[in-house]
Design a protein around this ligand. Structure first.
Ligand code: HGY
Ligand code: MN
Ligand code: MN
Length: 399
């Protein structure tokens, strides 16, 4: 039996119903939420119906297994707090359809996977960080989300489903299909990107601790205002980075909590995230030094204390040359002149998988370059073309 594009699209829309936000096609399906666990149970059922063996590991990574030595194809089905319907889900359902069609055709052996917490509610790419051995589960268990829930507490919600970790040697390699999440393919009129490299990332939490006080009676010169420290930190950091960054370097303060967050109170505490990404590990390290120095200088200048949290990260990762060549062959056959090799500025589980087996990735366009937002979308014709290209490469690599 060949691929069934309608069955693929129907399953993709069904997955969207778990945690549907009610805004466009958006989803709210953070790792270990009720919607995430329900979606994983549904996925396990679809795997079973396809003759694949559903298997949960201790993190809640869900595999659909076949054979003793298969190609693994998949992505993640958890979302950002406000997520699109395709980020991760596309690669998971593409993996399911390719594994299912291969099984119906009598081979080659293809297994599928949905990794857990790719979106970093607790870590960075938590599920694949732990499975690939980069992060010990005992350490990960102590990680907390921005609400103070621990990973240990949340993964206990799926403990009744969990077996042991699977050996990596069971799989010959990993393929992941994903939306680009940026504007490049759409702007250049291309349908397929064959990923060459995935950028590296660093992520940390910083706290400025000042003095909470009355916003009417506290003279400006006596204040130790944690928000003013944060604001000055951001300005100085942008200026210091100018001499260090490359055109593709990015950095973001995306999560901020002010305490007590009231208009008549001088803020006593500002807790915030700083995240930075680049293809060069040396530049990532230099940026980390600048962040630490700047935070300390600003704290001293504003009379506040500073606490620098641990730095989490993923190294830049090259995709396997043989897998790239197979994806390029498939793209040239099915989308001649409509594809290109390109790096990934977003993180993906393939970056972790590349440390334990050959890994490759394929992108399809994102409308308007929008992602990590409810209105993320891609034309269904592009989704199906991407599925067909990935399937052709998967059959060659698994066969
Ligand atoms: O943030 C990322 O790049 C990924 O979507 N987790
Ligand atoms: Mn993703
Ligand atoms: Mn994402």
């Amino acid at each position: 039996m060949p691929l069934d594009p309608q069955r693929f699209l129907d399953d993709l829309h069904k997955l969207r119903s778990f945690g549907a936000s009610g805004v466009g096609k958006g989803v709210v399906r953070q790792a270990y939420s009720d919607a995430d666990i329900a979606a994983r149970k549904w996925l396990a059922g679809r795997m079973q119906e396809a003759g694949l063996e559903p298997y949960f590991d201790p993190l809640g990574n869900l595999f659909g297994l076949t054979g003793e030595n298969s190609l693994l194809v998949g992505s993640h089905s958890d979302s950002q707090p406000e997520g699109g319907w395709l980020d991760g889900a596309l690669g998971v359902i593409a993996g399911l359809e390719i594994a299912r069609a291969a099984r119906e055709a009598g081979g080659p052996p293809v297994s599928c996977v949905s990794f857990q917490d790719e979106e970093g509610r607790f870590g960075v790419l938590t599920g694949s960080d732990v499975w690939t051995g980069k992060l010990a589960i005992e350490e990960a268990d102590g990680f907390s989300d921005t609400q103070g829930n621990t990973l240990a507490g949340m993964r206990a919600r799926m403990a009744d489903l969990a077996g042991d970790f699977l050996p990596h040697g069971r799989f010959s390699g990993f393929l992941e299909m994903h939306i680009e999440q940026g504007p490049y393919l759409e702007e250049t009129g291309l349908a397929i990107g064959v990923v060459t490299d995935i950028v590296g990332i660093r992520d940390m939490r910083i706290t400025f601790e000042g003095r909470q006080n009355h916003a009417g009676t506290t003279p400006m010169h006596l204040r130790r205002d944690a928000f003013q420290a944060l604001s000055a930190f951001n300005t100085m950091l942008n200026s210091r980075f100018e001499n260090v960054v490359a055109p593709a370097t990015v950095w973001t303060i995306g999560h901020v909590v002010l305490h007590p967050n009231a208009s008549s109170v001088v803020p006593g505490r500002a807790e915030f995230s700083v995240q930075w990404r680049d293809a060069d590990a040396g530049r990532l390290a230099r940026m980390e030094e600048i962040i630490a120095e700047t935070a300390q200088e600003i704290a001293a200048g504003h009379g506040v204390a500073v606490q620098l949290g641990p730095v989490m990260g993923i190294e830049p990762a090259a995709m396997d040359a043989g897998f790239q060549a197979e994806l390029a062959e498939a793209a040239q056959a099915l989308a001649p002149g409509k594809w290109q090799r390109m790096p990934s500025g977003a993180l993906h589980d393939a970056a972790n998988l590349a440390t334990v087996m050959p890994a490759g990735m394929l992108f399809v366009p994102s409308i308007g370059g929008i992602s990590h937002a409810f209105d993320e979308d891609t034309d269904e014709a592009d989704l199906v073309l991407g599925l067909q290209v990935l399937d052709r490469a998967a059959r060659a690599l698994a066969g």
